[in-house]
Design a protein around this ligand. Structure first.
Ligand SMILES: *[C@@H]1O[C@H](CO)[C@@H](O)[C@H](O)[C@H]1NC(C)=O
Ligand SMILES: *[C@@H]1O[C@H](CO)[C@@H](O)[C@H](O)[C@H]1NC(C)=O
Ligand SMILES: *[C@@H]1O[C@H](CO)[C@@H](O)[C@H](O)[C@H]1NC(C)=O
Ligand SMILES: *[C@@H]1O[C@H](CO)[C@@H](O)[C@H](O)[C@H]1NC(C)=O
Ligand SMILES: *[C@@H]1O[C@H](CO)[C@@H](O)[C@H](O)[C@H]1NC(C)=O
Ligand SMILES: *[C@@H]1O[C@H](CO)[C@@H](O)[C@H](O)[C@H]1NC(C)=O
Ligand SMILES: *[C@@H]1O[C@H](CO)[C@@H](O)[C@H](O)[C@H]1NC(C)=O
Ligand SMILES: *[C@@H]1O[C@H](CO)[C@@H](O)[C@H](O)[C@H]1NC(C)=O
Length: 612
C-alpha cells in the first residue's frame, strides 16, 4: 500500500503449542485487584484537539482502548474526534476507516484456519511450498520459486521487493500470479525482510484454491472470521459502507508549500474511496482491503488478547497457536532500535513485535491513500489500542503520538513528548530529502537522440506498456504529427488532470500509468540520457463544505506525487535508436537493499522497459 516513511509491517516459525503453555507470567503494573482507569476522558479530548491544531489537521481520528480488569471483565472505550468527511460530519465510534495493511492479519489467519483444518485433504502446514499449492506460482529465480513456503510469503523474505507500481486495481489474483515471474528480485531467497503486498495477494488466493466451495477470499474471511467474532462493522464491501454514509474520507493537503510552513494546512481536499469493492473483494483484499469502525477495532483487539476467542461468547474462532504464530518474529524488520525507549523489531505474519520501555508490544500499521491506522496490543498486560486517522498527509505521526500518550498514561510512565519528536522528525526528513535531490544542472547535456525520438511505446512484461508523450515546452509549437496518435488526447488532458506539476521550461514526457495507486508518470529531463521519474495520482476535486468550490472554480483535479526516494529513468541509445529505458528508485526494497549492479542499464535497472 502507499506505505510512507515508517512503513507498514509482519510471521513465525516455532512450536506454538510450547509457546502457549509457556507464556511468561503476567507482569503486574497495577496493584493486585486494582481496576483499570479510563483513558479517553476530557483531558484526553483536549490533548487530541491540541495535536490536531498543531498539525493543522482538518481531518479526524477514531480511537479504541481495551483493558482487561482483574476480574476478567473488560473496560472498553471508543471515541471519535474531528472530521470524518468533507461535508463537516464528525468521526464517531461507528465511522469506518480503511485499515490498509492491518488487513494482512486476516489474510494470515485465514491461512492459519486452512492449516488447522483437519478435514482438508491433503493437509497443509506453515512450511507448505507455494509451488505445491499453486502450480502456476513463479518468481524470477527457480530456487526461490520451488522453495518458497507460506512462511516466506508472510514474513516478507522471498527476495521480491514491493513493486507496488506494477499492479492494476482490477487485476485478479491469477493475473498477478502470471506476472510475478517477470519482476526482478532485489535480494537472494530468505536474505532480507522486504515488505511486499503482492505476496499477500498470493496468500489470499489459497482459500478458494484449496476449498472448491469457497467463492473467494473475502467471503471466506467474512464467514470464518468477521461473523464468528461478531465483527459486524468490518467488511470488504466499501461500496455499501460509502453509500450508507459511514465511510470516512481521506483528507490531504493540496498546494502545501512545505518550505514556507511544513505544518501548513495547504488546501484541504478529500479523496474518493481508493478501493471501491463489494463483499466479494478484489486483488488487494488480502494486503489491505478491509474497512472497520473503531467500535469493532475494540472487539478485534479483545479477540487478539484472548488468543482468538469471541469476547462475548468465549468461543474459539482462531486457534490460539495461529494467533501466536502470527505474533512471533521470524524476520528482522529493524535490526537497530529507532528510539531510546524501543527495541529492535521482528516480524511474524501481519504483525511485528518489539518492546517499549520494557513492555512487549505486538502491532501493525496501515497506510492507504488518505488513511493511516495502527492496531497495537500489549499481550502480557492485556491492553489494546487502535488509532485510525483520515489525515492522509500527517496521519501516521498524529496516530503514533496519540498511541504513545495512551501507553504512557496506562503504564504510569513519565510522559514523553512524542508529538514534538514526530514534528522534528518530519522536518528533519523533509530537509534531508530536499538537500539530497540535485537540481537540474544549469547547462544540461542533451540526450544522445532528439527528445522526439524518445516518445513512443515501451514494454516490460511485468509492469506492462507505457507510452511516453513529449509535452510542448514554453512557446513551442509542437508538431503533434511527430508523436503517436494516442498522445493527442493525453496532451490535451494534462493541464486539467495534472495541474501544478509540469514545468514547461524542462523537457518533460508524460504517460498514463493507470494502476491501483497512480494515474500518470512524468519524466523530466535531468542531464544527458537521465530523467527524473515521478509517479502521480490525479484525483477529482470533490465539492465539499470543507473546501468551498469557489476557491478555484476552474480546477477539477488535483495531483499528488507518489512518495519515492528518487526515481530515475535512463534511456539507452544504440546505433542512433532508443532501445529502451531502465527505472531505478521505484521497486521499494527492504532497508539497506541497493539497486541492482550490472554492466549496462538493463542490468542496473530495477525495471527495464524495452522499446516496442
Ligand atoms: C475445512 O475443510 C473442509 C474440507 O475441504 C471444508 O469443507 C471446510 O469448509 C473447511 N473449513 C475451513 C474453516 O476452512
Ligand atoms: C525473468 O524476467 C525476465 C524479464 O522480465 C524474463 O525475460 C525472464 O524470462 C524471467 N525469467 C524467469 C525464470 O521467469
Ligand atoms: C514556497 O515558499 C517559499 C518561502 O516562502 C517561497 O520562496 C516559494 O516561492 C514558495 N513556493 C511556491 C511554489 O509558491
Ligand atoms: C499551522 O500550525 C503552525 C504551528 O504548528 C502555525 O504557526 C500556523 O499558523 C498554523 N496554520 C496554518 C494555516 O498554517
Ligand atoms: C529544517 O530546515 C529548516 C530551515 O532551514 C530549519 O528551520 C529546521 O530547524 C530544520 N529541521 C530540522 C529538524 O533540522
Ligand atoms: C534527478 O535525477 C538525478 C539522477 O539520478 C538525481 O541525482 C537528482 O537528485 C534527481 N533530482 C530530483 C529533483 O529528483
Ligand atoms: C485556473 O485559473 C487560474 C487563474 O486564472 C489559471 O492560472 C489556471 O491555469 C487555470 N487552471 C486550469 C486547469 O484551467
Ligand atoms: C522550472 O525549471 C527551471 C529550470 O530547471 C527552474 O529554474 C525553475 O525553478 C523551475 N520552476 C519550478 C516552479 O520548479
Amino acid at each position: 500500500m502507499m506505505l510512507s516513511t515508517k512503513i507498514l509491517h509482519l510471521l513465525a516459525f516455532f512450536t506454538l503449542s510450547a509457546s502457549c503453555s509457556q507464556l511468561p507470567e503476567q507482569t503486574h503494573f497495577r496493584l493486585p485487584g486494582q481496576t483499570v482507569q479510563n483513558v479517553l476522558d476530557s483531558d484526553f479530548d483536549r490533548f487530541v484537539q491540541e495535536i490536531l491544531d498543531e498539525w493543522n489537521s482538518t481531518a479526524g481520528l477514531g480511537v479504541a482502548v481495551v483493558q482487561k480488569n482483574p476480574d476478567e471483565t473488560w473496560n472498553v472505550e471508543t471515541q471519535g474526534y474531528g472530521y470524518a468527511k468533507g461535508d463537516g460530519s464528525k468521526v464517531t465510534e461507528e465511522t469506518y476507516f480503511h485499515i490498509g495493511s492491518n488487513s494482512k492479519l486476516f489474510d494470515v489467519f485465514s491461512v492459519g484456519l486452512l492449516i488447522s483444518n483437519e478435514s482438508l485433504s491433503p493437509r497443509i502446514s506453515w512450511d507448505s511450498r507455494i509451488a505445491s499449492l499453486l502450480p502456476e506460482w513463479s518468481l524470477n529465480d527457480s530456487y526461490t520459486t520451488s522453495h518458497s513456503t507460506i512462511i516466506d510469503l508472510m514474513s516478507h523474505r522471498t527476495g521480491l521487493p514491493r513493486h507496488d507500481l506494477m499492479y492494476k486495481a482490477h487485476a485478479s489474483p491469477s493475473d498477478m500470479l502470471a506476472q510475478t515471474k517477470f519482476l526482478k528480485l532485489s535480494t537472494g531467497f530468505r536474505e532480507q525482510w522486504q515488505y511486499n503486498n503482492i505476496m499477500y495477494t498470493v496468500l489470499s488466493y489459497l482459500p478458494e484454491r484449496l476449498i472448491p466451495s469457497v467463492p473467494n477470499y473475502a467471503r471466506y474471511v467474512k464467514d470464518n472470521i468477521f461473523v464468528p467474532l461478531g465483527l459486524h462493522e468490518t467488511t470488504f464491501d466499501t461500496e455499501r459502507i460509502e453509500k450508507s454514509g459511514y465511510l470516512a474520507q481521506g483528507i490531504v493537503r493540496d498546494k502545501l508549500n512545505k518550505t514556507e510552513n511544513i505544518f501548513g494546512r495547504g488546501t484541504p481536499r478529500v479523496l474518493i474511496n481508493w478501493n471501491p469493492s463489494t463483499e466479494d473483494g478484489n486483488m488487494i483484499s488480502g494486503a489491505g482491503g478491509i474497512v472497520m469502525s473503531v467500535r469493532n477495532a475494540a472487539t478485534w483487539l479483545q479477540s487478539l488478547l484472548l488468543l482468538g476467542k469471541n469476547p462475548t461468547n468465549g468461543k474459539t474462532v482462531i486457534p490460539p497457536e495461529v494467533v501466536q504464530k502470527a505474533a512471533t518474529g521470524l524476520t528482522v524488520l529493524e535490526g537497530t532500535a529507532t528510539w531510546l525507549e524501543t527495541s529492535p523489531s521482528v516480524y511474524g505474519g501481519g504483525q511485528h513485535r518489539y518492546s517499549y520501555r520494557g513492555r512487549n508490544i505486538v502491532e501493525h500499521t496501515g497506510g492507504t491513500p488518505g488513511f493511516l491506522t495502527v492496531i497495537s496490543r500489549f499481550p502480557f498486560e492485556n491492553l489494546g489500542i487502535a488509532v485510525f486517522s483520515n489525515d492522509g498527509t500527517y496521519g501516521q505521526h498524529i496516530m503514533q503520538a496519540i498511541k504513545w500518550r495512551i501507553v504512557d498514561q496506562v503504564f504510569g510512565f513519565e510522559p514523553i513528548d512524542w508529538n514534538a519528536r514526530y514534528k522534528s522528525l518530519v522536518s528533519f526528513q523533509y530537509n534531508q530529502t530536499t538537500t539530497s535531490k540535485l537540481p537540474r544542472p544549469s547547462g544540461p547535456a542533451s540526450p544522445s537522440v532528439s527528445f522526439f525520438s524518445i516518445a513512443g511505446a515501451y514494454n516490460d512484461p511485468g509492469y506492462g506498456y507505457i507510452d511516453l508523450c513529449l509535452i510542448p515546452q514554453q512557446d513551442e509549437d509542437i508538431d503533434a504529427a511527430k508523436q503517436p496518435d494516442s498522445c493527442q488526447a493525453l496532451l490535451e488532458e494534462v493541464p486539467t488532470r495534472l495541474p501544478d506539476t509540469i514545468n514547461t521550461s524542462v523537457p518533460t514526457f508524460v504517460a498514463r500509468w493507470d494502476k491501483l495507486w497512480t494515474t500518470h508518470f512524468i519524466f523530466e529531463h535531468f542531464n544527458g540520457n537521465l530523467f527524473n521519474a515521478t509517479a502521480l495520482a490525479s484525483h477529482p476535486i470533490l465539492d465539499t463544505s470543507l473546501v468551498p468550490a469557489n476557491a478555484n472554480a476552474n480546477e477539477t483535479y488535483f495531483t499528488q506525487k507518489w512518495e519515492l526516494a528518487s526515481a530515475t529513468a535512463e534511456i539507452v541509445v544504440d546505433d542512433g535508436k532508443v532501445t529502451g529505458f531502465g527505472l531505478t528508485g521505484i521497486w521499494g526494497p527492504g532497508p539497506g537493499v541497493e539497486s541492482p549492479r550490472g554492466e549496462n542499464v538493463q542490468e542496473r535497472s530495477e525495471v527495464w522497459f524495452a522499446r516496442e
